[in-house]
Design a protein around this ligand. Structure first.
Ligand code: FNR
Length: 424
């Protein structure tokens, strides 16, 4: 159910449509009257109005409630892989908790009846400032094992970009076909075989992905006690390797096709998985594509500056949700210096984002776009594409309503105001 409000204040219900998540002024197709702008925050009207008919939200709207429900639905191996992280998981806890020591000062007597959460990114105008972070086991998280496709459908329904991982349970091409008008980003785990790397990138370009994200912090896997104690590593069991098994270069490296000898194909994958990139490899990486190139995992301002000087188009400040290095500093605390060093280049951010309020704080601190990771996996686990859509809409609703009540009608004004470090 979508609710639109007429100028005369009457509430109208329209069918489920993407228009609701696009913060433009909408026209009622059956009326010549101009409607009020549709806002992400209107999702709460839907929920409250449905409640008048005894209908409660199918899934919790809060991050903690969503996580606890999803953890009951997921098999133990995925709970460990998705919820777990590196070492004693200090970094991933800090990622989340550190948002609490940043705050926003409300401004009053500002007209925020109309809010604009659109952003410009690499020449695209996006309806909202969030995207789905690349997640290698997204495919497995959906109950039917096709979570990458469900996430793509949710992207199409919400206009929120999806970053697909190299590690997928369906091919990047199949997912791209479901994205509708939402842009897709392709995240490369650079293999140790340069022609395979080139092939993956060329396929992503041909499939219509708009941005190439290269993840730097995962040429090998961090020390993850939960998974180690259960000897749990999905890729070695043959999961999420479809982009490799379907790749002509990868296949050419095998004695027998993966369908005939899957164990040998998995061994080849493990042999080739991660190239330990250095600065000397950047020109080669840059030469692979004309797509905007974004480096994921940059947390130090010197690295940000050097990457931009080397021709990279965007910086992705992230500590991989505390799954790789348990280095103990929350990603959000590293964001301001990365933004300061990045000049005009857009800085994407993730790690620890659980709520719309977190999104707003990251934007205020200079992120151009904010990645949602684990929460969307929990939506996937509970209700596939509809679950992801609910998570995305809940986060955007909270973000929009915070801007409304705090007196920030635009992201530019939000960013100018900045966030305040709260004494803990
Ligand atoms: C990830 N992340 C990740 N990143 C990446 O570049 N490629 C990948 O394949 C994956 N895979 C992956 C699997 C799982 C289970 C998780 C939770 C995360 C990292 C991801 O893009 C993002 O940086 C983190 O999810 C951010 O942390 P939070 O906010 O989810 O805690």
């Amino acid at each position: 159910m979508r609710v639109f409000k007429d100028e005369d204040g009457g509430l109208r219900n329209f069918g489920h449509s993407r228009a609701n998540v696009t913060p433009s002024v909408n026209e009622n197709p059956k009326s010549t009257k101009r409607l009020h702008p549709v806002h992400f925050g209107d999702y709460q009207n839907e929920i409250y109005l449905a409640g008048l008919h005894g209908v409660l939200p199918a899934l919790p709207v809060d991050a903690a409630g969503l996580e606890s429900r999803a953890l009951q639905a997921l098999p133990q191996s995925l709970v460990s892989y998705v919820q777990g992280g590196c070492g004693d998981e200090l970094t991933q806890r800090r990622n989340v908790e550190a948002f609490a020591h940043w705050g926003m000062i409300p401004r009053m007597l500002v007209d925020t009846t109309s809010r604009d959460l659109r952003i410009e990114l690499f020449g695209m105008t996006l309806p909202s400032p969030i995207f789905m972070s690349p997640v290698g086991v997204a495919g497995l998280c959906a109950q039917d094992g096709h979570g990458d496709l469900a996430a793509a459908r949710a992207a199409a329904a919400t206009g929120v970009p999806l970053a697909v991982s190299t590690l997928m349970n369906d091919s990047m091409e199949t997912a791209a076909g479901l994205l509708g008008e939402a842009p897709g980003f392709f995240q490369l785990y650079t293999p140790r075989h340069k022609e395979l790397a080139r092939s993956l990138v060329c396929r992503a370009e041909a499939a219509g992905y708009k941005v190439l994200v290269v993840t730097l912090d995962t040429w090998l896997t961090g020390w993850r006690p939960r998974d180690l104690n259960a000897s749990n590593f999905p890729q070695l069991r043959g999961h999420v390797l479809v982009n490799y098994f379907s790749d002509p270069v990868f296949r050419s490296l095998l004695a027998k096709p993966p369908e005939q000898d899957p164990a040998a194909a998995v061994r080849k994958w493990a042999e080739l998985f991660g190239m330990a990139l250095t600065w000397a490899d950047l020109p080669w990486l840059r030469s692979l594509t004309k797509l905007p190139l974004v480096l994921k995992g940059i947390c130090h301002p010197d690295d940000a500056r050097r990457a931009i000087d080397a021709g990279v188009d965007g910086i992705y400040c992230s500590n991989h949700g505390g799954r790789q290095a348990n280095s103990g500093i929350a990603a959000i605390d590293m964001l301001p210096s990365v933004v300061a060093a990045s000049g005009d280049a857009p800085v994407l951010f993730d790690s620890g984002v659980r709520t719309g309020t977190d999104v707003i704080k990251a934007l205020a601190m200079g992120a151009r776009a904010v990645g949602i990771g684990r929460p969307y996996l929990y939506g996937l686990a509970l209700a596939g594409a509809a679950g992801v859509e609910h998570v995305v809409r809940s986060i955007l609703a909270e973000a929009d309503l915070l801007m409304a009540v705090n007196g920030y009608p635009t992201i530019a004004q939000l960013r100018a105001a900045g966030a305040v470090r709260v004494a803990s």
